[in-house]
Write a protein that binds this ligand. Structure first.
Ligand SMILES: [Zn+2]
Length: 88
């Protein structure tokens, strides 16, 4: 990967950034979010689907897919603030 590569590490659905590339130059890396379980390339291709999944996830109480990774004092709204504007 070079400096010009467009790399997305933030989950489009929940805003969680685990630092792992989820999308590189428009190609999905099939990474499953450790917070909301959305898989890049499967659940986050379209804004409509992203919003629907986000709403469903929050409606369930925003349960973590890997609860052991949930940071101490985790704040859903703070995390959501990191969502890229085009995926809000
Ligand atoms: Zn997520």
């Amino acid at each position: 990967m070079s400096m010009e590569d467009e790399i997305e590490t933030i989950c489009r659905v929940c805003g969680y950034d685990e630092g792992e590339p989820r999308w590189v130059n428009g190609c999905a890396c099939s990474v499953i979010c450790r917070a909301c379980a959305a898989q890049s390339g499967l659940n986050d291709n379209l804004l409509e689907g992203v919003r629907e999944l986000r709403g469903y996830w929050i409606g369930q109480g925003a349960p973590w897919f890997h609860p052991e990774d949930k940071p101490e004092g985790w704040d859903l709204l703070k995390q959501m603030a990191d969502l890229p504007p085009e995926w809000r």
